[in-house]
Design a protein around this ligand. Structure first.
Ligand SMILES: [Mg+2]
Length: 187
């Protein structure tokens, strides 16, 4: 009966019992926490023997954990950074090994795209101020700005990866740190 309860409990967990793991270690820690919770549950309702002896129970816990870690790996594999790196290095992509460029090279590429975005904004400033010289319409310029900002982000991500930084996690961490510093709580 308890086994069924636990089975239901685990199998109902179609998604991971945690949200937003940013690193493999976080996913593993969440998995361990979930297992500990199940053990505490079994203990609390008096089935220590089950916890210690029931292989099925352990399999269920391991299956749950395995699903969590696999889900994390799939998510990580499909993250923008993973796709960006694959395209960068793939023979049918840019065929450009991340480590074949220095941080300075990647920074130069990123700054170049930032400059391209700045140039578009300069032209939008001309539109704002009624100054001649643009070949593009304001609509074209806004579309160009969107693309140049995307280029900045793509190169910035590669720069971060070359530096061994998970940019998404770093941004979240820094955002949280600054929020804590100014006492900001998200609603
Ligand atoms: Mg560009």
């Amino acid at each position: 009966m308890l086994e069924q309860q636990l089975s239901d409990r685990v199998l109902q967990t179609t998604s991971c019992p945690w949200e937003g793991p940013r690193t493999y270690d976080e996913a593993r820690a969440a998995h361990e926490g979930f297992k500990a919770g199940l053990i505490a549950y079994a203990t609390a309702i008096g089935h220590v023997a089950l916890r210690e002896e029931n292989e099925k129970f352990r399999e269920l816990m391991d299956e749950s954990g395995w699903r969590c870690v696999k889900a994390y790996e799939r998510m990580k594999d499909q993250s923008f950074s993973a796709r960006n790196l694959r395209r960068c290095e793939a023979p049918n992509g840019f065929n450009h090994k991340l480590n074949s460029w220095s941080l300075s090279d990647w920074m130069t590429a990123t700054a170049g795209e930032l400059g391209e975005a700045a140039n578009v904004i300069k032209k939008l400033n001309r539109v704002r101020d009624g100054i001649p010289g643009n070949k593009e319409s304001p609509e074209e310029l806004r579309a160009m700005l969107e693309e140049e900002l995307a280029d900045v982000s793509i190169y910035l991500d590669l720069l971060a990866q070359a530096a061994g930084v998970n940019l998404e996690a770093a941004v979240e961490a820094k955002f949280a740190k600054t929020s804590a510093k100014i006492g900001y709580v998200e609603g």
